[in-house]
Design a binder for this molecule. Structure first.
Ligand code: FNR
Length: 370
């Protein structure tokens, strides 16, 4: 049977009645102090509960894992309570929500770190980019990222345990599952890619070693909450935040194959033409083959994201390229995106100036169709 956007899909133990998922979207509007989800955040997710599956904005697993101002966490009591209100609202509307687990690694700044220490990374190499930090008055400003400190083996072990605890907290907060963010140049991706990992120990060098931390995290989180509640997001061939791998087909092929060892909810890939949030106009279409390669290696549900519209999503499903499509920017500006796609109705355009930070404007004020 050919798959299409409005055919049902089984994801772990959950039956989805269509395949229009909401991609994880950082919106930098968590309550202060404490990076706690607020009633405004509850309303934003409630409005989008008609998604087949909502994947929450990236959420730090620990204070060390934070890299941007006003992003939420899932490591304090208050944060768990805040997320509980979100999951309850989504469930009350009949929706499903996974929490995206995030550790930024080197894409951070001492202002976010416990005791103001340097951010951690596989290797003491700085990211060629900036992050959104707070100045001494609490205002958001773009700041340079310092040279990080290389993680010790004990430090790595603590991070695996932080992921485990965060997954448990997510379930306590009523989430249906968690997505491990292993893309976009953040900590797990920094270990995977040769451009940011020059370790000489069991976490660096060959592919098995560079994938080790991700697989240990998958094991710990699956052990804690059940693999059927766990998704993994990768950005194969990603160039965002200084990523680059010497042998991406071999590296990501190995990871996709290894992920078959757990019976995960899904594997989520971002199209390699997308760099962070924008399309790379220099993109070589031959690199597209990585998706097909990973599709062949991975035996479970495959989610794709990155630049999809109604037509390209239907095509990807019909051709077997993917099982489910995640929409990012279209879901920012269209809380009722599934209904609009189903009826082929026009979409509100998204306003990029209100993506990060601020209030209800550009967040909960996009209109649904009457
Ligand atoms: C993103 N993206 C993203 N990805 C992720 O894994 N975790 C995150 O927290 C975020 N945050 C985020 C914020 C904003 C404002 C944008 C626009 C994007 C990437 C996102 O999930 C998606 O992969 C891209 O936006 C491409 O999909 P669309 O927007 O073309 O459908």
């Amino acid at each position: 049977m050919t798959q299409h956007l409005f055919s049902p899909l089984q994801v772990g133990q959950i039956s989805l009645d269509h395949r229009v998922a909401m991609a994880p979207l950082t919106r930098s509007r968590a309550g202060q102090p404490g990076n706690v989800p607020t009633p405004l955040n509850v309303e934003y997710y409630r409005q989008r509960a008609s998604a087949a599956l909502i994947i929450s904005e990236a959420t730090q697993i620990s204070q060390q894992g934070q890299g941007y101002a006003w992003t939420p966490g899932i490591h304090s009591k208050e944060q768990i309570e805040g997320w509980k209100a979100v999951s309850h609202a989504v469930h009350a509307e009949g929706g499903t929500i996974f929490l995206q687990l995030w550790h930024v690694g080197r894409v951070s700044h001492p202002v976010f770190q416990p005791d103001g220490v340097l951010p951690v990374a596989p290797t003491a190499m700085p990211v060629p980019g900036k992050t959104f930090i707070l100045d001494e008055h609490g205002n958001g400003v773009w700041g340079d990222v310092p040279v990080p400190q290389e993680l010790t083996l004990a430090g790595i072990h603590e991070i695996v345990e932080d992921y485990r605890r965060a997954a448990r907290n997510a379930l306590t907060a009523g989430m249906d599952g968690v997505e491990i963010h292993a893309g976009n140049g953040y900590l797990l991706d920094q270990f995977i890619n040769t451009s940011s990992n020059q370790r000489q120990d069991i976490y660096g060098g060959n592919i098995e070693n560079r994938a080790r931390l991700l697989l240990e995290v998958v094991e710990a989180v699956s052990d804690e909450v059940g693999a059927q509640r766990v998704g993994v997001r990768l950005t194969p061939m990603g160039r965002f935040m200084g990523m680059g791998d010497a042998t991406p087909e071999a590296t990501f092929g190995y990871i996709a194959r290894k992920l078959n060892d757990w019976n995960l909810a899904y594997l989520h890939l971002v199209e390699p033409a997308i760099v962070g949030t924008v399309k790379d106009e220099q993109f070589d279409p031959r690199w597209d083959a990585i998706i097909k390669l990973l599709r062949d290696e991975y035996r479970g549900v495959l989610m794709l994201a990155g630049g999809y519209d109604r037509e390209s999503a239907e095509q990807a499903l019909a051709s077997g390229r993917a099982d489910i499509i995640a929409f990012g920017r279209p879901f920012i500006s269209n809380p009722d995106l599934p209904a609009r796609l189903r009826a082929d109705l026009p979409l509100n355009p998204a306003d990029g100036t209100t993506f990060f930070g601020g209030n209800a404007e550009g967040y909960t004020d996009y209109p649904a169709l009457a």
